[in-house]
Design a protein around this ligand. Sequence first.
Ligand code: AMP
Ligand code: GLY
Length: 451
Amino acid sequence: MNPALPDKKQLNNERKSGVKVLVIGSGGRENALVWKISQSKLVDKVFCAPGNGGIAELAECVNIKADDINGLLKFALDKKIDLTVVGPEIPLVVGIVDKFQEKKLKIFGPSKFASQLEGSKVFAKEFMVRNNIPTAKFRSFIDSLNARDYVDEVGPPLVIKADGLAAGKGVIICQTEAEAEAAIDLIMEKKVFKEAGIQVVIEECLEGEEASILAISDGDNFVLLESSQDHKRIFDNDQGPNTGGMGAYSPAPIVSEDLKKEIAQKILRPVIDGMKKEGHKFCGVLYAGLMITKEGPKVLEFNVRFGDPETQAILPRLKSDLVEIIFAALDGKLADFKLEWDSRPCVCVVMAAGGYPGAYQKNKPISGLEKAKELKDIVVFHAGTKLEKGEILTSGGRVLGVTGLGQNIKEAIANTYKAVEKIYFEEAHCRKDIGAKAIGRSNEATTYGTK
Ligand code: AMP
Ligand code: GLY
């Protein structure tokens, strides 16, 4: 019996009543969302725009890009979609929620105003100051000469961040003054992130361990999801360049029950109350990227959506019906909502294409998927794949998120890598140490999560 990871046949048998859902996006996070949403007892039909090769097994993929807001709106109106769930940040930041709501369509995510928490680092930092939320000390600059003077004044190590969206690449950690100068040159003069780099935030470099906490909010109240930890760097032991995320595990044992309470009280509550006070209730997923420092948790960044690949490690542990939670959030009824969790840890290992995170290979046939899926407590989420003439081919940099549960973190890691070994595509690579950081704390890891 494997209640957390039902197969497709089970899903179809369990479908009961009428709700039509549209999921927007095409990555591993969206595969995990579609997988969980299609298990909902409320849901009858799931569409995904544009989806990918794996999502096509569970949902009807429609060829509309995630940033084609008018195309998505027309589709949702034509198909009488009951609920739209937005995966990536770009549609949120450009205001998809406001547009759908104008047409009385139910859509889960924050408004354009509230999405600035992710869309503008300057906005987020100033919001945190206004609302007394702990974060790194910073200054923002629109003029590169002033930015350079500030670097001179405070000295390295520093973190320099492009203000706007830069596909996760707009943050440069500078250990020397020369690196800081080069970062300012790159962002503000060479304009590598275009208008996202018109302003920069320069902030102190925080030390500690990172963790992500996601909450679902109805604008007044929120429920915490289980903690998780991403692995941003391409190589083992957090070496090499940053990526979109090479894997994740949940729970992150560093986030003790006490720390969770502190995060809720000092960070999440002030965001939800602050947004409400400013006239823009935050309804959707609030993702706090945190550094757990000696002085307590501090915010590195906010995202206004589910994390990728954190979602792949969190949703297999969620026993509650995600669609019920989302409807409760949209109806302002989260106050008494209790989420149920599988206490077993979950690990997601990303298999990437040759060359990633640089220019990467495409169109490589993938084999072994069926063998991997047969293993107990394993689900393989697709990210950069496409279905062509009945064959699954690679099409993106991060190709698959192989995900597994175990009685403890060690077992979850072992199960997941066993599944990874079954899968082959030319020049596939993955980190070999996903979850390793949690092992030291594994006694705690087995006990978290049961509420
Ligand atoms: P962000 O997109 O702002 O979360 O930044 C990406 C990554 O840069 C984070 O996950 C951290 O590893 C690192 N980072 C960002 N800000 C800081 C900071 N103030 N101190 C240390 N590391 C940081
Ligand atoms: N895992 C980082 C993100 O979703 O932005």
